[in-house]
Design a protein around this ligand. Structure first.
Ligand code: ADP
Ligand code: MG
Length: 680
């Protein structure tokens, strides 16, 4: 069949570009036109097909124009009703015509009825019934079900002749996992025979569906695994543990490391000491002490005379890391270099020269680190803090930068946004993961309160009281995603009104429009206690570590996402004082906002919050498909199809080792050109 450009354009709106896409455009539901029921047996609420003769036909105005036809068979009669109709239909369904109707049976004013049923005029008695359930496809404006069905039927016909749908699973795997053949699954799903359970088809639990979902999950697992193997086959510098710096560093700390910190340090240390690039994600809830782990990893690279780059998502955080790390490492004789957007030309040049010439130093910056001008010298380890804030491209760019004659630097990614287990088994299957599952001791509890914004005055009094006790507080302004200008305006207004209401307090303001130097000045003043109340936009979301701040107010908390709230709240509860986080909300709350606030109120466990967040939003939104560049699953559901995920995972190595051609074909079929976007 030739497809004209109009249809082609409509197909592409459905994501269909070729024959394979057509074949994989699986029905969203089915209609059963394979048998007829008697009108006398119909039950309201059920969908049914009947056949009968029109015995009455009338257009009435009640209250608006509608076409009523009475249709009768040997067992009784029903009313067919159209609220929109063409004049031609009045004639087509004239008295005496034989019609076949498919629709939902309802109890109507005139007895049982079908409103807008699918209606076909039967020219000859005994016309064949459909041999299979009728597939209904997702379609788009201007593309009829009929045209789409035809195109799909043609595609399936073509597929039978070509090798488009060749089986990519060897028999042994099919048998072992009780799967159905691919061709059989596809044809069952498009044209299920009358005896197939509609229930199982609709719930996607039919074996034909399970095969499709298995294949889809397998494709992801295969490409992740290939990626993993490719990485394992490239080489990285051997950064063995010499221990003279690390030991001194750890011994000099004012506290002892937690056993969780010791455990992850050992895992990272092991990776660094072999000639294969590390690709490890360090997960630890806010405040669990990841920075020290990063410092120890950095020291191991530096001991081996290699450079380390630490990349942070914001200038504020980069500055904080710089200060902390130089305070820790400079006494050990390690050079720590800051690269920042706010440095003047001379400072920048100086930093660049050092980075290009000296091995064994630590560089701290934002994404400015991978600008063209920056040339590293023996970059051995790249550490990316709050990795979820960076896109795939940025992470890749930094790694490539350090790649010299095929030697790839090790990579450590850190995040406080934990990856739920189902995701780490799927989208993140190519990563190794280390988890800090313990907070440093001595942290006082954190109390979360939900308060409606009509009690704002009480909250303001509370701030006054707390600050007069020598403590400090944050006030987080509402998030206004649509407009940065409006966001700024709100922050300024909040600052002005709170300054009036709290004249005795020293109040600071930090927002995204300040230069990084200005931001740092404000944050430092707060850190040193010169500012008592810091009004901030969500720029303070990540990383900021100021233990004396023990009260946080988040305005319009209902507008924020779960992980954002968790991150913000993590700014308090870092000292030995009991901390309070007040989530102020405005009514009425949407259902989703209510659920989010309930979750954040009930738990402070980042893993639990992430799990619930994934549940609320689904993996696509959770991962931020655009940001992470991960192709999403179309058919499989990670939670519901967990058993299939495990099954798919278990055959990956067998397929890659013994049937590499099939594996390649399989990936190509399911991920095609999207594989290029796969995560790094
Ligand atoms: P995050 O994991 O959120 O990045 P940080 O690395 O900023 O956490 O650490 C939070 C605070 O806890 C810092 O002030 C840090 O010095 C402190 N800290 C880290 N490890 C320990 C420990 N083992 N005992 C006590 N305090 C610690
Ligand atoms: Mg941190």
């Amino acid at each position: 069949m030739t497809i004209n450009s109009g249809i082609r354009e409509k197909l592409s709106r459905l994501g269909i570009r070729n024959t394979l896409d057509l074949i994989l455009h699986l029905p969203i539901r089915y209609e059963d036109e394979t048998h007829l029921l008697l009108i006398g047996d119909l039950l309201p609420g059920k969908t049914a097909q009947i056949e009968g003769t029109v015995i009455h036909n009338e257009v009435i105005m009640c209250p608006r124009r509608q076409l009523l036809c009475q249709v009768e068979d040997s067992s009784g009669s029903l009313v067919m009703r159209f609220l929109h109709f063409y004049t031609s239909q009045i004639k087509a369904y004239a008295v005496g015509k034989r019609v076949r109707l498919l629709g939902e049976v309802r109890d109507g004013f005139w007895g049982i009825e079908m409103v807008h049923p699918k209606c076909r005029v039967i020219e000859q008695q005994g016309e064949m019934l459909a041999g299979a359930l009728t597939p209904i496809y997702a379609t788009t404006v201007g593309l009829s079900q009929k045209t789409l069905s035809k195109l799909i039927a043609q595609a399936l016909h073509d597929a039978e002749q070509s090798r488009i749908l060749i089986e990519t699973l060897p028999n042994s795997i099919i048998e072992k996992h009780g799967l159905v053949g691919l061709w059989e699954s596809i044809s069952t799903l498009h044209y299920p025979l009358p005896d197939v359970s509609l229930e199982m088809l609709h719930s996607h639990s039919h074996p034909a569906w399970r095969r499709i979902k298995f294949d889809e999950l397998l494709a992801h697992q295969l490409s992740m695994r290939m990626h993993y193997r490719k990485r394992r086959s490239s080489s990285a510098p051997v950064l063995s543990k010499k221990n003279h710096l690390i030991q001194r560093f750890i011994e000099g700390l004012p506290f002892t490391l937690t056993s969780a910190q010791h455990k992850v340090i050992a895992e990272i240390s092991q990776d660094l000491s072999v000639a294969c690039p590390m690709h490890r994600m360090l997960q630890g809830d806010v405040g669990s002490g990841k920075t020290i782990v990063a410092a120890v990893a950095a020291l191991q690279a530096i001991e081996s005379d290699h450079q380390v780059a630490i990349m942070a998502p914001t200038e504020i955080l980069a500055e904080q890391h710089f200060e902390k790390l130089s305070a820790w490492l400079t006494p050990l004789g390690v050079d720590v270099i800051r690269l920042s957007g706010s440095q003047n030309k001379k400072q920048k040049q100086k930093a660049q020269d050092e980075i290009a010439q000296k091995t064994g130093l630590l560089v701290v910056g934002t994404h400015t680190l991978f600008q063209d001008r920056i040339m590293f010298c023996q970059l051995g380890l790249v550490i990316i803090d709050e990795q979820h804030r960076f896109g795939v491209q940025q992470r890749l760019a930094l790694q490539l930068k350090g790649t010299q004659s095929n030697v790839v630097p090790h990579q450590l990614m850190m995040t406080a946004t934990p990856i739920p287990r189902t995701l780490s088994m799927s989208y993140y299957a190519d990563l190794d993961v280390s988890i800090i599952d313990q907070l440093p001791p001595g942290r006082a509890p954190l109390i979360t309160k939900l308060i409606a914004d009509n009690r704002r005055d009480e909250i303001i009094e509370r701030i006054q009281y707390v600050c007069q006790q020598g403590k400090q507080a944050y006030w987080v302004c509402p998030l206004i995603e649509e407009s940065e200008a409006l966001q700024l305006q709100t922050a300024l207004e909040t600052y002005n009104s709170l300054s009036k209401l709290l004249p005795k307090l020293v109040i600071g303001l930090v927002h995204g429009r300040l230069s990084s130097q200005e931001k740092n000045e404000v944050v430092n003043a707060f850190k040193q206690g010169c500012i008592q109340l810091l009004i901030a936009t969500t720029v303070i979301e990540v990383g900021i570590d100021i233990p004396n701040a023990s009260l946080m107010v988040i305005e319009n908390a209902e507008r924020m996402g779960l992980s954002q709230l968790h991150q913000l709240r993590g700014r308090v509860g870092r000292g030995s004082e009991t901390s309070i986080c007040i989530l102020m909300y405005r009514q009425p709350l949407s259902e989703i906002a209510r659920q989010r606030l309930k979750i954040i109120f009930e738990t402070t466990d980042g893993f639990e919050i992430a799990r619930q967040d994934l549940h609320l939003r689904g993996p696509g939104e959770y991962l931020g498909a655009r940001q992470s560049g991960v192709p999403m699953l179309r058919f499989a559901d990670l939670e519901q199809d967990y058993d299939l995920l495990i099954a798919a995972q278990s055959v990956v190595d067998e397929l890659l080792n013994h049937y590499p051609d099939l594996a390649e074909k399989h990936i190509d079929r399911w991920l095609g050109n999207r594989v290029a976007f796969l995560r790094v």
